[in-house]
Design a protein. Structure first.
Ligand code: SF4
Ligand code: SF4
Lengths: 347, 522
């Protein structure tokens, strides 16, 4: 009797990339539902455009690179990139911008560097930054959350706006869109309003933008699921949130009228999404346990710095990309102490 | 000093996987009848290959040394039964490479007649440890937990490394394997007797026996045996079930809190670690004067009809072992020697049983599916989380693949214990350990090459130096002669007669010098 040979270990391996990515997608569901609830159909349409583009782009480029197409598509990493980008985009973004962003993410950021595992930058965030820099106006036209929205759009209307730029009768961009709370906060503070004045505004909820402040919690549910399933480790999210809360806390204590509270920062913009789903992208993050803490913490601090003193309202994408660059260096200096490391020598 | 609260420490990483031990646990299928022909590989252990001590046609007795070791790290091989040596030939051996290696072929005569054995040493407590080490060396005992490192070498810790703790490894952390479990349940006394001997040999202050908590019967049996022995410095310690708890460095850490230094051995921190079956073999060698001729092996998996444990003489074909355990079932898909984490697949069952073989796993397709195609490393860090050596497997993989051997060393490749935890959890299904083994082999090969090159360079340099020296000496002699001549000429220039004589002498001298130079050059 002849038997096949291969190397150990033998058995059903507990992990695989498809399952990991699938769990990430699953974990995004509560957050996506919340987004759709608050911002309407545009969110879903964006996601569909992004996924279709990502799959087509990945298949095309794999074909050009003469790589097996189906197995690679099956790893779902392109879908995850697409969804992460799509949910970061304004709900009524013209379709071709979404397509452009996804193409950039998959072709330039991922495959030109060698494909999954080789890209130094987070594809979704690189694409987000590209779009933000190229189309600053469209990229900051958000919708007001559901409870503040006077002109809720149905599915068809959203579709026509996204694909045709056609608005329903007597509506214009200005009528239906509104700034994000981070944007609002920034503009008002620049106008020297105080935080107490600001919180009188109807746009204001308990500690952040009305409606907005609750979305983070839905992503948090997914994030906790990922922690529980051990898809991600706690290091990056905890450190990143700590970095943000610490810097925000210090300045808030110094001047609570001019500096928004840590809670506002935590539940605004892409912070929770970023901490659990984006900064934890394994490929582009630091991989040593200590390195991950430093990496996450620095992202949190950078987010605060850019939000407070930088030129853009939200900063998760920039901060993540900056730390992507630093990750190899962080890894190098945070090599764990090997078992039985001798005291007299290092390493 | 006695370790307080042994077992309260922990090691980093490791994995949990279903242990599947119930398939064979506690089942003893008896002693396998001796085969007609035994195939005994000369290399059954770590270290130098044993040298045959017999020739074709020779009659041998049971227990007679048929291959002896010429170097310090090595172990002799004994005839498991009496019979005739058929020859020394290349045969397939149980090795991952699947290659052939020299084996002694022994035809059993069916008499199973013992030859002359050394005298039993029940009074070992009065004997010098070196004498007992010699006996253990004679018996051909190697680590029976799978590593097969010569035990006598391990026990020779040297006077500058006093041993505090003798650790007895009964963890048996690999899934499926139950031979140590069975031995502890059924022959705890034999193990404890071995512990007594070992304590005397290494002059340790205490002995800690580590057993995973998935073996309550073994723990109870060992506890009872220890209690009956009235040994006060021996303790059975229940440890958590987590792979690789039975890794030498891991078990020592958990039991004593001490870490074996990187690139070091346990003796450096005053510990020696011996497997339970090895301890039992020591008893036989010392108390009965019997060499190591057979061992317990687990035969298990979905692919075997009657899983259990068997006592098998070395040299028996694995096909006979399998037949004795009821033969293959329809599910048999892979033949694995050793456990599912660190063992290796065999292409067929036509290889002999050796000292290091602790398990034959006939895995079904579900139990050992074919590996998927590996995806690129996504740097998820799961391997880092589980690595008990606290390495960065993904970096090691990266450098091993790029054949950057210096970097793999910088990342402590040689601290990798090849436990396979990293490969197990890798979502990209990269056969990481395979890369590390490769990098290690490459490094060794390179080292050897370097040594040889160094040797050649030294020889070349020595030669050039010698030639240069000769040349210098020749020149110096010439110069001396010339100077002497010049002086003479200067002095005798006034006397023509003297000058004529001197000229003649100079010619003669020159001729002589030329001759001697020619001689020298020849
Ligand atoms: S587990 Fe595999 S994929 Fe993850 S970092 Fe390690 S080698 Fe890379
Ligand atoms: S095989 Fe080596 S690198 Fe992998 S987990 Fe075990 S010790 Fe670490």
């Amino acid at each position: 009797m002849e038997f096949p040979v291969h190397t150990s270990p033998y058995g059903q391996l507990p992990n695989n990339v498809t399952r990991l990515m699938g769990q990430v997608l699953l974990a995004l569901v509560p957050g996506i539902i919340a987004l759709v609830y608050y911002f309407g159909w545009g969110v879903i349409i964006n996601i569909c455009i992004a996924i279709t583009t990502a799959v087509a782009a990945e298949a095309g480029i794999l074909h050009l690179r003469k790589r097996p197409i189906l197995p690679t598509l099956m790893d779902l990493s392109a879908v995850v990139t697409a969804v992460l980008l799509a949910i970061a985009l304004p709900p009524l973004l013209p379709w071709w911008m979404t397509v452009l962003g996804v193409l950039f993410a998959i072709i330039m950021v991922k495959h030109l560097y060698g494909g999954l595992g080789y890209n130094p930058f987070n594809p979704a965030m690189a694409a987000y930054v590209l779009l933000l820099v190229s189309f600053p106006l469209s990229m900051t036209r958000w919708l007001p959350p559901e409870m503040l929205n006077q002109y809720p759009l149905d599915f068809l209307q959203s579709l026509t706006i996204i694909f045709g730029g056609q608005f329903p009768d007597n509506l214009t961009w200005d009528a239906i869109t509104s700034a994000t709370p981070l944007d609002e906060m920034r503009t008002r503070l620049e106008m020297h309003q105080t935080i107490s004045e600001l919180s009188q505004s109807p746009l204001w909820g308990d500690f952040g933008g009305r409606g907005w402040e609750w979305i983070g919690n839905w992503f948090l549910i997914g994030g906790l699921f990922l922690l529980w399933r051990k898809v991600i480790s706690w290091h990056i999210p905890v450190a990143m949130i700590a970095g943000l809360l610490l810097s925000a806390g210090i300045f808030w204590m110094i001047d609570p009228e001019a500096m928004p509270s840590p809670a506002f920062h935590l539940f605004s913009g892409g912070m929770i999404l970023g901490a659990f789903f984006i900064a934890t992208d394994p490929v582009t993050a630091s991989t040593t346990p200590r390195g991950r803490i430093i990496y996450g913490f620095l992202i949190g601090v950078t987010v605060y710095i850019i939000r407070t003193w930088g030129g853009y309202p939200d900063a998760v994408a920039f901060a993540v990309l900056l730390m992507n660059m630093a990750a190899p260096t962080i890894d190098y200096y945070t090599k764990p102490k090997v078992f039985g490391a001798r005291e007299d020598k290092d390493g | 000093m006695i370790t307080q609260n042994p077992g309260r420490w922990d090691f980093h990483g490791g994995i949990h996987r279903p242990d599947r031990k119930s398939l064979s646990a506690g089942k003893f299928l008896g002693k396998l009848p001796l085969p007609e022909i035994l195939t005994l590989p000369l290399q059954q252990h770590i270290g130098s290959t044993a040298e045959p001590a017999v020739t074709a046609g020779e009659q041998v007795h049971k227990g007679q040394i048929i291959a002896r070791t010429t170097e310090y790290i090595g172990a002799p091989i004994h005839a498991p039964t009496s019979g005739t040596i058929l020859g020394i030939e290349e045969r397939p051996v149980p090795h991952p490479s699947g290659l052939n290696a020299p084996c002694i072929l022994l035809q059993a005569d069916g008499k199973d007649a013992w030859g002359e054995l050394p005298e039993p040493l029940p009074q070992y407590a009065d004997l010098d440890p070196s004498l007992l080490r010699e006996r253990i060396r004679w018996a051909g005992i190697v680590g029976l937990g799978g590593a097969a490192f010569p035990t006598s070498v391990k026990l020779n810790h040297g006077p500058d490394r006093p041993i505090q703790t003798l650790v007895i490894n009964g963890a048996e952390c690999e899934p499926y394997i139950t031979c140590d479990d069975l031995l502890m349940r059924e022959q705890a006394d034999r193990i404890v007797e071995g512990i007594k001997i070992l304590l005397h040999v290494v002059e340790a202050e205490e002995c800690l026996i580590g057993i995973e908590d998935n073996k309550p019967e073994a723990i109870a049996a060992m506890q009872q045996a220890v209690a009956e022995s009235a040994l006060r410095n021996v303790q059975v310690v229940q440890v958590a079930t987590r792979y690789p708890m039975g890794g030498e460095k891991q078990l020592i850490k958990v039991l004593t809190g001490k870490e074996v230094p990187s690139h070091g051995i346990p003796a450096e921190i005053g510990v020696i670690c011996i497997n339970v079956a090895t301890a039992a073999a020591v008893t036989d060698a010392v108390i009965a004067g019997r060499p190591l001729l057979s061992r317990l092996v687990t035969v298990t998996g979905e692919g075997i009809a009657n899983p259990g444990n068997l006592e098998v003489a070395f040299g028996t074909s694995l096909s006979q072992v399998i037949a004795h355990a009821g033969g293959y079932t329809d599910l048999a898909y892979k033949l694995i020697l050793g456990g599912p984490m660190m063992g290796f697949t065999l292409g067929n069952d036509q290889v002999p049983m050796t000292k290091g073989a602790n398990c034959l796993l006939l895995a079904g397709k579900e139990e050992a599916p074919d590996p998927d195609k590996a995806l690129p490393c996504i740097r998820c860090g799961k391997c880092v989380e589980v690595c008990p050596a606290q390495l960065l497997p993904q970096q090691l993989y990266w450098y091993a693949r790029a054949k950057d051997l210096d970097k793999t060393r910088e990342y402590n490749l040689f601290d990798c214990i090849e436990c396979g935890c990293c490969s197990w959890v890798c979502p990209s299904h990269i056969p990481l350990v395979q890369y590390y083994r490769f990098a290690k082999t490459e490094t060794w090969a390179m080292e050897k090459e370097k040594q040889q090159a160094e040797e050649a360079r030294r020889r070349h340099e020595a030669r050039t130096e010698r030639l240069e020296r000769l040349e210098q000496e020749r020149k110096a002699r010439l110069r001396q002669k010339k100077e002497a001549l010049e002086k003479k000429t200067a002095r005798g220039a006034a006397d023509p007669k003297k000058a004529a004589i001197e000229a003649a002498m100079k010619r003669v001298a020159e001729k002589k010098a030329r001759q001697s130079r020619e001689n020298e050059e020849r």
